[in-house]
Design a binder for this molecule. Structure first.
Ligand SMILES: *[C@@H]1O[C@H](CO)[C@@H](O)[C@H](O)[C@H]1NC(C)=O
Ligand SMILES: *[C@@H]1O[C@H](CO)[C@@H](O)[C@H](O)[C@H]1NC(C)=O
Ligand SMILES: *[C@@H]1O[C@H](CO)[C@@H](O)[C@H](O)[C@H]1NC(C)=O
Ligand SMILES: *[C@@H]1O[C@H](CO)[C@@H](O)[C@H](O)[C@H]1NC(C)=O
Length: 700
């Protein structure tokens, strides 16, 4: 430790100064023999850096050493300390009120009472929604040794509380371990069978940090930056100007000029569950990092590509467990009276570290993430609702794809996601919010292992980027402790009725491959502008929906098969056009394609896969503009809001549309797609993929 403090003086600035000095010596050519000295200087710097990273490593790998964990329950507080980190909890409410670490008496924001708290947004049928903060009523030490302390803040529900608090029993748990620079948090919620019907829209933990000290945010390798202040978002004092929805603002008079003219919006930092494992904030001056590490997705809902919030201006961090973000009310968690439920959310790990630079803190946090993933399921959790490794099961198998108009593939470049979720229809996992889900990515041969599955009954689902549709294994799978199941070779036959006549895009449940326009220059988030490492982040800019009217002021998209390129000529979202002021107009896109012959042996099929939909209604017609009675219409579809929230996908939908032979002709044909609901600038769809198939006898 002492060593660490000595070395920490050598931060980046110091290295730079020394380097400059040495270079200057060289240039001045004062002393040729100085070369030797200079070389020694460089060597010295390397050595210091080496010592440095070693101290960093040893600091976080000393689980067996360090001070004993102590608990102090004086008055209305509980204080748990392991010598590295000290946590203060309100008793019995169970909010974390202070985290003492390194130079900080409290890394949390002392201007607010709610610093680290749980909440659930809920309502009974017919009520307006309200927020329950899961305030504890009873404190208990679950286990206490010199190695580890687990504490609980719980509350129980009874009908006398009906209407005012959420009908759930709640147990919030915190684990502090010897030598570990952080705290594990989880919560178990339970409802009894007879309790009233309730809907829960959002379940999460919120963390609020000291706003004057935490200034830098990192959510992945390239999405990292200095951040604006909460005060820079203030509309009342003119620091910011409002934008199209309340979460997004344009900073006009930020404290740091760097952000002037930029957009701030918490949805800029969303991530898919499969990637949402580490995010956090740094206090760059104090060189302290605060990280949320989520070692497993088992308690998250709606599968591996559900998008969620991470960290944002505040400084705020979130552990999102359930929400309707990027999906809509279709994925609410509704329990009818008569339906019991029990679920554990977490454990998540709040990790604190310290290093001379943001880069080193990020690297160390990633190392810690890898360590947490490796030790999942944690053997130290003292809850009957948390099965340990030997109480869990494993499912193995091999998935291949048989597409009758392509050869059977061993996946190759395709990515197969295979998962277990509560039993349900094909594809139901993406709206499933009540159970645990276990997902993995198969390797190139389609081989997969789903490890550490909690006992229970599941369906095995899969989907493969590169193919439309969803796979479901016909038999239910029951996991008992220690059980290992090999389901053997599985074959997914995606929907197909004939050869591909043409296709637009890639069937991967995302619209990222289409034309993503440049943002309005007045509404740029610089983090995503011309970022050389992350062209895939282009879609995250604010306001791209408004670019449709700029790129297509009069004519709509016309895509000519064989001539057009979907990367350039297919706009990423099908929206209304602005025709001055707030006036909007329905838009009709055309796909023009040539047929040398029209087969009479069966009908054609249009596959229309949507990556997102928001209060849209798509009308489909062939060789004439859609009328009120089109050949096909989706009807009002979707409330995923992915267009407004710069998500490039929401829920996946596949429409299989029969096209009668007599509608087609030899020569040029046109398919018309009209977005017919003119209700808002956010109304529209993002297509994932379109394909026209001939009848099975038609020529490819
Ligand atoms: C942030 O930390 C500084 C230094 O520890 C302290 O003076 C300040 O009051 C803290 N601010 C908040 C909002 O917690
Ligand atoms: C915004 O500015 C107004 C006017 O200065 C002030 O009263 C208010 O407290 C500020 N709001 C926030 C959230 O800082
Ligand atoms: C919640 O979801 C269920 C299932 O999708 C649906 O039937 C119900 O209408 C939804 N509830 C609300 C309030 O939207
Ligand atoms: C084509 O579709 C129409 C309408 O669904 C149906 O009546 C007809 O039998 C189909 N033709 C063939 C050859 O399958």
């Amino acid at each position: 430790m002492a060593n660490y403090h000595r070395v920490s003086f050598w931060d980046k600035k110091a290295y730079c100064l020394i380097l400059c000095f040495l270079c200057w010596l060289r240039f001045s050519e004062l002393v040729k023999e100085m070369d030797r000295v200079i070389t020694q200087g460089f060597v010295l710097i390397f050595l210091l850096q080496g010592v440095h990273s070693r101290t960093l490593r040893s600091e976080s790998n000393t689980a067996e050493s360090g001070q004993k964990v102590t608990v102090n329950t004086a008055g209305e507080q509980v204080v748990v300390d392991n010598g590295i980190i000290q946590l203060t909890f309100s008793n019995p409410a169970g909010l974390v009120t202070a985290i003492k670490y390194k130079g900080f008496d409290n890394v949390l924001n002392e201007r607010t009472k709610n610093r680290v708290y749980w909440d659930i947004v809920w309502y009974e049928p017919g009520q307006v929604s309200q927020t329950d903060f899961l305030i504890g009523e009873k404190f208990k030490i679950i286990s206490q040794t010199s190695e580890q302390v687990e504490i609980s803040f719980s509350k129980t529900w009874d009908t006398s509380k009906r209407g005012s608090t959420i009908p759930l029993n709640v147990d919030k748990r915190y684990i502090i371990r010897r030598g570990v620079s952080g705290v594990y948090m989880y919560g178990v919620v339970e409802r009894l069978k007879s309790w009233p019907t309730v809907t829960m829209d959002q379940t999460r933990i919120v963390y609020k940090l000291n706003a004057t000290k935490f200034d830098y945010m990192a959510v992945d390798d390239h999405r990292q930056n200095l951040m604006p202040l909460e005060a820079d978002r203030n509309l009342t004092d003119g620091s910011a100007a409002p934008l199209e929805y309340k979460e997004a603002v344009r900073m006009v008079k930020p404290k740091n000029k760097l952000f002037k003219g930029q957009v701030d919006d918490k949805y800029l930092y969303s991530m898919e569950s499969k990637d949402n494992r580490l995010h956090g904030w740094l206090a760059s001056e104090q060189r302290v990092g605060f990280w949320i590490i989520t070692a497993s997705n088992e308690f998250r809902t709606c599968g591996p590509v559900k998008q969620e919030l991470t960290s944002h201006t505040g400084p705020t961090l979130l552990s999102m467990f359930t929400s309707t973000h990027y999906a809509g009310k279709e994925i609410n968690t509704t329990y009818a009276s008569g339906e019991p439920w029990k679920k554990m959310f977490g454990p998540v790990f709040v990790y604190l570290n310290s290093a001379p630079s943001p880069d080193l803190m990020w690297t160390d946090a990633k190392r810690q993430l890898a360590a947490e993933v490796k030790s999942w399921p944690y053997e130290f959790v003292k809850s009957e609702d948390y099965p340990l490794r030997q109480q869990r099961g494993t499912v193995q198998g091999q998935l291949s794809v048989k597409d009758s108009f392509k050869s059977k593939s061993k996946l190759n470049e395709e990515i197969a996601f295979v998962g277990l979720a509560l039993p349900g229809e094909v594809g139901s996992w993406q709206a499933e919010t009540k159970g645990y889900q276990f997902w993995t990515q198969a390797d190139k041969t389609g081989t997969f292992t789903i490890a550490n599955v909690r006992p229970g009954t599941y369906n095995l689902f899969a989907w493969v980027a590169g193919h439309i549709g969803d796979y479901k294994y016909e038999r239910e799978i029951t996991i008992t402790p220690g059980k290992e199941i090999n389901v053997g070779p599985l074959v997914y036959e995606p929907p197909r009725s004939g050869p591909t006549l043409w296709e637009i895009g890639v069937p991967d449940r995302s619209a990222a491959e289409f034309n993503i326009p440049d943002p309005d220059p007045a509404l740029i988030t610089k983090l995503y502008a011309n970022h050389p490492n992350a062209p895939e982040d282009r879609f995250r800019q604010y306001g791209l929906w408004d670019r449709y009217s700029a790129v297509y002021p009069k004519e709509d998209v016309t895509f000519t098969v064989g001539v057009s390129d979907y990367k350039k000529d297919w706009f990423f979202a099908h929206l209304n056009r602005k025709t001055g002021g707030k006036k909007l107009q329905a838009t009709t896109w055309k796909i023009v394609f040539n047929l040398k012959e029209v087969s009479q042996n069966g009908n054609y099929t249009l596959r229309m896969a949507l990556a997102a939909a928001n209060t849209a209604d798509i009308l489909v017609e062939v060789n004439k503009p859609p009328s009120t009675k089109p050949m096909f219409r989706t009807g009002m579809v979707g409330r995923d809001n992915a267009i407004a929230r710069h998500g490039i996908h929401g829920l996946y939908r596949l429409f299989n549309i029969g096209v009668q032979t007599n509608l087609l002709k030899v020569g040029d044909n046109t398919i018309y797609l009209t977005q017919n609901r003119v209700t808002s600038i956010f109304a529209g769809v993002m297509y994932d993929y379109l394909r026209l198939e001939g009848p099975s006898g038609a020529k490819q």
